[in-house]
Each structure stands twice: as C-alpha cells, then as structure tokens.
Design a binder for this molecule. Structure first.
Ligand SMILES: [Zn+2]
Length: 91
C-alpha cells in the first residue's frame, strides 16, 4: 500500500480506486489517462503500464523513483521477484 500511494502522489491522477488508478503518463505528451497503476498484492508492490508504450525506466526517471520504490518492502525485492511470475518490469 505504501508504494501505491507513493507512486500516485507523484502522478497527475485522473481516476483512482483502492487497487487501481489511471493517470496522465509523465513520460509522453498527451492529455489522456494513458497510464494505469495497479496494486499487485502478490508482491506487495505496484505495476505501472503506459498504454502508449513508454518504458518503465522512462516512467521511473520522470517520477524520480527507482524500482525499489515500486515495492512496499524494498529489502525483500529479490525474494519477491523470484516468487513472482509476473514482474513489474516491462523490458
Ligand atoms: Zn507514456
């Protein structure tokens, strides 16, 4: 939950619920809510997805965040990534 709120706090949020939000993508120019932000409970983190196709690295750079900020407990990242089939990394 911490990571989700942290990410949303940096975005221009258009629509928001407890587990999912839409926001303007900081990595490309448009006025639509192209970015979806979802809470991923299986690894206590956040998945960012730009519908236009911006890379996660670009999103993080614009948001001034690192991959660790996408997890509630950064210390456990490696364990969680190993356990999780769907990584929050679009590369
Ligand atoms: Zn984008």
């Amino acid at each position: 939950m911490r990571a989700y709120l942290c990410v949303l706090g940096r975005l221009d949020v258009v629509k928001k619920s407890a587990n999912k939000a839409s926001a303007r993508c900081p990595a490309h120019e448009d006025h639509k809510a192209s970015l979806s932000v979802s809470r991923a409970d299986q690894f206590d983190g956040v998945v960012l997805h730009c519908h236009v196709g911006c890379k996660l690295d670009d999103l993080l750079a614009k948001l001034k965040l690192t991959e660790a900020d996408l997890f509630d407990n950064p210390r456990d990242i490696q364990t969680r990534l190993r356990r999780c089939r769907r990584l929050p990394v679009h590369r």
